[in-house]
Structures are given as structure tokens and as C-alpha cells.
Design a binder for this molecule. Structure first.
Ligand code: ADP
Ligand code: ADP
Length: 225
């Protein structure tokens, strides 16, 4: 159970300051939603935490250890994207097991682990299909399993539900919440939806113009004047 701490985290793209020295402590195991207008720096923040984007300044601590210069696979974080980004030519099982294959885990073990994760997201029975043979919601569950197979301490979600129809969106919310409770890991979820944040979050962070404008329990943040 490792807390995630951002200290003076900064991202500059040329003259643009996308993230301007943010400080925040994420308690282990919480579900945190990150809200704010387009362009305020949410994705850049997530990508820096995940290691998909270099930090310009400041640091990212996980359990007190500075992970800000480690490669993505060695940070204890995993990221799930809006568009799922499954490999179209790989089976569902091979998609989920992909990161284990990169690490050199032998086929029988990585297949067994992939099947466990598919069961966790209620997708057992689909292991041999191709992504194109699945619905959007099913592809998304596979993407979740693929992110979780690395046993992250922190799961980063960049608008994971925005491509789903309203019915599926509500179902996936419940799934995400269940996974948080079962796994006990930290969820950091970027969303545009206030209702989504209210339904999911233990804590809400509102960013504006590259800074954190507000942070606290959902009700306090939305009731504030
Ligand atoms: P959000 O996720 O809140 O929409 P982003 O983190 O995507 O915000 O973007 C924050 C700011 O940084 C915006 O002004 C955006 O145009 C800029 N930005 C994001 N990514 C890049 C990039 N790769 N190169 C240059 N500017 C970028
Ligand atoms: P978001 O959905 O977070 O708003 P965008 O659609 O702004 O994301 O950005 C999508 C991709 O384009 C990201 O990889 C981001 O880094 C890149 N990007 C965003 N803004 C810029 C920019 N001003 N210049 C170059 N790349 C950018």
C-alpha cells in the first residue's frame, strides 16, 4: 500500500507550461477523479505519472521512492487509454499477456495469468477471440485486464468511459469501483463528467490552467461556492 506523491510536478512543451508545479498526496487505495477544462494539463499529468512523458521539473514519489525517471514498466503504475489501443492481430489472451511477454515470462505462466485477469473483468470465455470480434465495452474490459496484469500500485485512466454508450458507461463505473475495492490499489481517473466523478470518487481534484484549483471529498468540491 504505497502513497503516490507529486512534488512540484511540471511539464513544459516549448513555451507552453502544461503542468505548473503541482503538489499532491494520493493516499494508497483511493479512487481519485481528475476534472478540469480541456487543455488544463490533465493528460500531461497522467502521462508523466505513467512515464509516457518526461518530467520537466519536480518529482513523482511512490511509497517515498522517486520513480520519475524510471521506465513505465518499472514504476508500479499502469495506464489505460480512451481508445483501448488493443493490438488487432493478437488474440485477447495475447493482448492481456503482452507486457509479460516483453518481460520474458514463459508462455504457460503468462497465459495462466492472462486468464486470471480475464476472469477478474468478467471476460473469461473470450480469450481466443480477436479484438474486432468484441463490443466496445468488452474491448475496454480487455484493456483493463491488460493494464492490471502488471500488478500496478496505481492505475491511471484517461477518460476510459467516454467512448461508451450511456448504458455501458454506467455498468463500467460499477466495474471500476468493484475492482478498486477488490484490488485495493489507487485509481486516478481523468473525466469530463461531474456525475461520473460523483459516482466514483473518494476524492476529486479540479485542475485549471496547469494548476490544482481544488481538491477534496466529492461533496465538498461540488458544494463549494
Ligand atoms: P488536458 O488533458 O487537460 O486536455 P493536456 O495535458 O492534454 O490537457 O494539455 C495541456 C496543454 O499542453 C495544452 O495547452 C496542450 O495544447 C499542450 N500540450 C499537450 N501535449 C502537448 C504536446 N505533445 N506538445 C505540445 N503541447 C502539448
Ligand atoms: P486530450 O484528450 O487530453 O485533450 P488532446 O486531444 O489535446 O488530448 O491531445 C491528443 C494528443 O495530441 C496527445 O498525445 C498530446 O500530447 C498531443 N497534443 C495535444 N496538444 C498538442 C499541441 N499543442 N501540440 C502538439 N501535440 C499536442
Amino acid at each position: 500500500d504505497l502513497d503516490l506523491e507529486l512534488v512540484g510536478l511540471t511539464k513544459r512543451y516549448g513555451d507552453t507550461v502544461a503542468v505548473d508545479g503541482i503538489d499532491h498526496l494520493f493516499h494508497a487505495g483511493r479512487y481519485v477523479c481528475l476534472l478540469g477544462p480541456s487543455g488544463c494539463g490533465k493528460s500531461s499529468t497522467l502521462r508523466m505519472i505513467a512515464g509516457h512523458e518526461a518530467v520537466s521539473d519536480g518529482s513523482i514519489l511512490l511509497g517515498g521512492r522517486d520513480v520519475s525517471h524510471l521506465p513505465p514498466a518499472r514504476r508500479g503504475t499502469a495506464m489505460m487509454f480512451q481508445n483501448y489501443a488493443l493490438f488487432p492481430h493478437l488474440s485477447v489472451r495475447d493482448n492481456v499477456a503482452f507486457s509479460l511477454r516483453m518481460k520474458g515470462v514463459a508462455a504457460p505462466e503468462r497465459h495462466a495469468r492472462a486468464d486470471e485477469l480475464l476472469e477478474l473483468v468478467d471476460m473469461d470465455g473470450y480469450a481466443d477471440r480477436l479484438p474486432a470480434q468484441l463490443s466496445g465495452g468488452q474491448q475496454q474490459r480487455v484493456a483493463l485486464a491488460r493494464a492490471l496484469i502488471t500488478k500496478p500500485q496505481v492505475l491511471l485512466l484517461d477518460e476510459p468511459l467516454s467512448a461508451l454508450d450511456p448504458f455501458l458507461r454506467i455498468r463500467m463505473r460499477a466495474e471500476l469501483k468493484r475492482l478498486q475495492r477488490e484490488l485495493g490499489i489507487t485509481f486516478l481517473h481523468v473525466t469530463h463528467g461531474q456525475d461520473e466523478a460523483l459516482a466514483l470518487a473518494d476524492e476529486i481534484i479540479v485542475m485549471n490552467e496547469a494548476r490544482i484549483e481544488q481538491a477534496g471529498p466529492a461533496r465538498e468540491v461540488f458544494d463549494a461556492p
